[in-house]
Design a protein around this ligand. Structure first.
Ligand SMILES: *[C@@H]1O[C@H](CO)[C@@H](O)[C@H](O)[C@H]1NC(C)=O
Ligand SMILES: *[C@@H]1O[C@H](CO)[C@@H](O)[C@H](O)[C@H]1NC(C)=O
Ligand SMILES: *[C@@H]1O[C@H](CO)[C@@H](O)[C@H](O)[C@H]1NC(C)=O
Ligand SMILES: *[C@@H]1O[C@H](CO)[C@@H](O)[C@H](O)[C@H]1NC(C)=O
Length: 861
């Protein structure tokens, strides 16, 4: 590190800030821009958060950057830009970073180290001193492999910039080769007025979700307030699964195999619930446990067998044997559950051994056995030596079935539970003490409720350095992921082989793909598979640390450290270090550790995002309306005419572009309608007479898009945008900006302009439009995108015909003969800077607009 420069070890203080750090509105700091960009390629999500902040004070001050990221993610990059200089974080071995930290402390510089974890998110926080009227840009990148739970992948994004931000954008792009089968947007950020600022676009293999709220909207959601956005957006989706053998991708010497067959019958299960009823479970915990158990019992299938054990210092079996889940047995079991009350100490050893014994005595051919332990405390009775308990349990289970441990609250020894479950092929899960604890318990049960396969082994003849390849159980709704390297990069085919047991029968899935197939991975993402492999390898190596002993522990730890350093992941073995300009403040960015006892203040905000708790912000789309397909059939004859017209236009008009194709969302459909407008034209794009707002565009012969777009607002505001500049007049005042500049803003009464390198956000009154500057095949042109249809405003113009008209069309048969053409066509969606090509239903101009094109032309821009 440069000795001349004062040093700072990045910061990365982790804490639960939502409650411990009451949010204050900082008047002297202007967060003028905040972007969250999430790219998901084949379940691997890379999210970049960029915050641009200005010090509006006439003296230097400390400016903070604080964000929450999912626990499962690894931070992989951090950068600050101050006065044109960038300061990149470097990931170092923890000890090394700690030394730098200690040196700074001994020099008497302030230091702070707080670590903590919330339920689903971790805090990342840093700060830097910024000179008077100067700006700083923070950029943080994190990566994670999305896990499939209950049939869905979940991408959780938190936004809490601490003030309304003039230029806020959240962009999510999901790219899945087998196709996206469902997509939903939930979470607090999809509630209230904010819901109007969310836009989802879907193509077969791609989906985009954008949240571009105005400053006003940022204060209007369930958890938002005068400090702006505060909450999560949860994007859930699933992919098509046409091939039961799974999905394989090969790229640059790496592969990944996603295995999640669903065409398999469920296996009857033997499940034993071991329930802690020691004194500490008193009150709400025991009530919630009872409630969850009652629901779980109702969910058992009739061919399942189950057992119930409660324990304190004594172990109490409901029945000595596992019983079939018949109606009578369930009724009986439910009254037993209703009688569970808290008392006494905690004898985990005896209770778990009793559960194991119960399953061992039961015939298990063709079934799947599962042991579930729920406890909220340390062993305090009977055998209390943790090492001995683990040895006893491991010996008794003998790898025959998994043990899942649920740790209720923060008084449990979570390390112990984690270790004991991992040693026995299961996982430990924390149940957070909160009003939804019963739902958390039930949610966990649902994940393991439908076993489909047991004893799964995955084999890859030309694979090496593989992640985990053997699994004791595969449950419906989950997914097995294996990644690795390819021994011989010149191989032309790649074979996968899965052997498993389904209801007592051996089954095999074998598949071969040609590696020469063109990969659908876009070039900018080519290394994602390598990073995915590294991510999964590090995760699994770290997980195994818990159960390994001696030299093996050291070797695997070294390997995990090596990979963390190579891929710059902030893991429990590494910290991030940043050199900053002026200070010597030292703090260390560590990944917090699950399982450390942390007092969690009541009502903590982070608790909102368990799987079942999302308010359905955007209600799911209703089924495809029956009328449209039918009405479009009626009018096929006009199609012929249209085609002829096109040919005619083709010959008359200039060589390349004949028309601009516009997209229209359809109520209740994931696909979009589109229509063509021939060029050249001067068009009324958008109009709101009530607020005296007009947007016009001019296209030129043979060219895409528009070469000039003008805005007129309330007689005294005029904005002219062409492909080189943006000119704005307000009365006598005029300003001009050139494209390709640094982020620039201009605000006046009722008008806000935010100019980025290739797009400009325009807000006039409550109308919000974005003009994008596209470069394509040596052509430069403009494209307008209406970010949202404001409420209570009836917009007219080419882009003003909103979904309401289409709704009208699709529910009124009498319009049917006006729809000209119904066919899936490709369209480039120029409303996004990524210019995705998606499918749309092409209709005639008249069918879309209900008027002639001449009604939309203007003589003067
Ligand atoms: C900052 O501004 C305040 C009042 O506007 C003034 O009193 C103060 O001297 C200024 N500080 C500096 C460092 O210029
Ligand atoms: C597995 O889950 C899917 C929905 O996620 C469901 O359609 C299917 O029936 C389930 N399979 C079994 C065996 O329950
Ligand atoms: C597997 O990993 C080891 C250690 O990282 C490495 O030395 C080796 O080259 C890898 N194998 C292949 C085939 O790349
Ligand atoms: C855009 O407008 C400016 C100012 O009127 C003008 O100087 C420039 O030539 C225009 N650019 C194009 C490509 O028309």
């Amino acid at each position: 590190m440069d000795q001349a420069a004062l040093r700072l070890i990045l910061l990365g203080v982790f804490l639960i800030s939502a409650s411990s750090d009451p949010v204050k509105k900082k008047q002297n700091v202007d967060i003028y821009s905040f972007y969250i960009n999430s790219m998901v390629t084949s379940r691997y999500a890379t999210t970049v958060i960029t915050s641009r902040v200005a010090n509006t004070l006439n003296e230097s001050q400390e400016i903070q950057f604080e964000v929450k990221i999912p626990k499962n993610a690894f931070i992989s990059k951090f950068r600050m830009t101050i006065e044109g200089k960038t300061y990149d974080g470097v990931v170092k071995e923890k000890e090394e970073a700690q030394q730098l930290y200690n040196q700074a402390v001994s020099r008497g510089q302030s230091a702070g180290q707080i670590k903590s974890v919330g339920r689903t998110l971790e805090d990342f926080k840093t700060s830097v001193t910024v000179a008077a009227f100067s700006k700083v840009t923070f950029e943080l990148t994190y990566e994670e492999l999305l896990k499939r739970r209950l049939g869905k992948y979940e991408l959780l994004i938190n936004a809490q910039p601490m003030q309304p931000v003039a230029d806020f954008k959240m962009d999510v792009h999901i790219q899945e080769k087998p196709g996206i089968s469902s997509l939903e947007v939930k979470g607090d950020l999809s509630t209230g007025d904010l819901a109007n600022a969310i836009k989802t676009t879907r193509a077969d293999k791609d989906a985009w979700v954008t949240l571009y709220p105005t400053q006003d909207q940022q204060t209007k959601c369930k958890s938002c307030g005068e400090n702006g956005l505060n909450g999560d957006l949860l994007v859930t989706y699933d992919v098509e699964r046409r091939n039961p053998k799974g999905e394989v991708m090969v790229s640059n010497g790496y592969f990944v195999h996603y295995f999640a067959p669903s065409d398999v019958p469920r296996i009857p299960k033997n499940v034993v619930f071991i329930i802690d009823r020691s004194g500490s479970m008193h009150g709400r915990k025991i009530e919630q446990t009872r409630l969850a158990l009652l629901r779980i019992l109702s969910d058992l299938d009739e061919d399942d067998h189950f057992g119930l054990i409660t324990f304190d210092s004594e172990v109490n079996l409901w029945k000595r044997e596992l019983l079939k889940a018949t109606e009578a047995n369930l009724k009986n079991a439910k009254s037993f559950v209703n009688e569970i009350t808290d008392r006494g100490a905690t004898d985990i050893n005896a209770a778990v051994l009793a559960g194991v014994d119960m399953i061992n005595r039961h015939p298990r051919e063709g079934t799947a056995s599962i042991l579930i332990l729920l406890t909220d405390g340390d062993p305090t009775s009977g055998e209390t030596n943790i090492e001995k308990i683990m040895a006893n349990v491991k010996k008794a289970i003998g790898t025959k079935f998994p043990l899942y441990c649920l740790g209720f609250g923060y008084d449990v020894n979570f390390d112990f539970l984690t270790k004991m479950s991992l040693e026995n092929g299961g996982v430990a899960r924390r149940i957070y003490e909160d009003s939804d604890a019963d739902l958390q318990l039930q949610g966990f049960y649902e994940e393991v409720a439908v076993p489909l396969l047991t004893d799964i082994q995955l084999k890859y003849p030309v694979g090496t350095n593989l992640t985990k390849t053997s699994f004791s159980l595969y449950f419906n709704g989950s997914e097995i992921v294996v990644s690795g390297q390819i021994t011989d990069n010149s191989v032309e085919s790649f074979t996968t082989e899965v052997i498993a047991v389904s209801k007592g029968n051996n089954v095999m899935y074998q598949d071969t793909i040609l590696t020469k197939d063109p990969s659908d991975v876009p070039p900018e993402n080519e290394d994602f598979m390598q990073r995915l492999w590294a991510y999964l390898t590090v995760k699994q190596l770290l997980e195994r640390q818990v159960i390994l002993k001696g030299q093996e522990t050291e070797d695997e730890k070294k390997e995990a450290l090596k990979l963390s350093l190579k891929y710059q992941f902030v893991t429990p073995l590494t910290s991030m270090v940043v050199t900053k300009p002026q200070e010597g403040d030292v703090e260390v960015a560590d990944k917090p550790k699950e399982g450390e006892a942390q007092p969690r203040p009541p009502g903590e905000k982070l608790l909102h995002f368990q799987q079942h708790h999302h308010s359905p912000g955007l209600s799911s789309a209703p089924a495809a309306h029956p009328g449209l397909r039918e009405m479009l059939k009626v009018s096929e004859y006009i199609l012929v005419c249209l085609t002829l017209c096109c040919i005619w236009l083709c010959s008359v008009l200039a060589p390349t572009v004949r028309s601009n194709r516009f997209l229209l969302p359809v109520v209740g459909q994931s696909k979009l309608l589109c229509f063509d407008v021939p060029v050249p034209h001067k068009l009324r794009l958008l109009q709101d007479s009530a607020s005296e707002f007009y947007m016009n565009g001019e296209s030129v012969t043979g060219q895409n898009g528009f070469h000039q777009i003008t805005f007129h607002y309330k007689t005294n505001h005029h904005l002219t945008i062409n492909t080189t500049s943006v000119r704005y007049h307000e009365g006598q005042n005029q300003v001009e900006f050139l494209w390709g500049q640094e982020l620039t803003q201009h605000n006046t009464e009722g008008v806000s302009l935010i100019l980025r390198s290739n797009e400009i956000d325009i807000t006039m009154g409550n109308i919000h439009v974005v003009i994008l500057l596209h470069k394509e095949k040596r052509e430069i042109f403009l494209w307008p995108a209406v970010q949202q249809q404001p409420k209570d405003v009836s917009l007219t113009g080419i882009l003003g015909k909103s979904a309401s008209l289409i709704k009208h069309l699709s529910t009124h048969q009498q319009f049917s003969n006006q729809i000209v053409h119904f066919d899936l066509e490709d369209v480039t969606d120029y409303r996004l800077s990524s210019k995705p090509v998606i499918k749309c239903w092409l209709v005639s101009f008249y069918a879309a607009m209900q008027r002639d094109i001449s009604d939309f032309t203007v003589t003067k821009l």
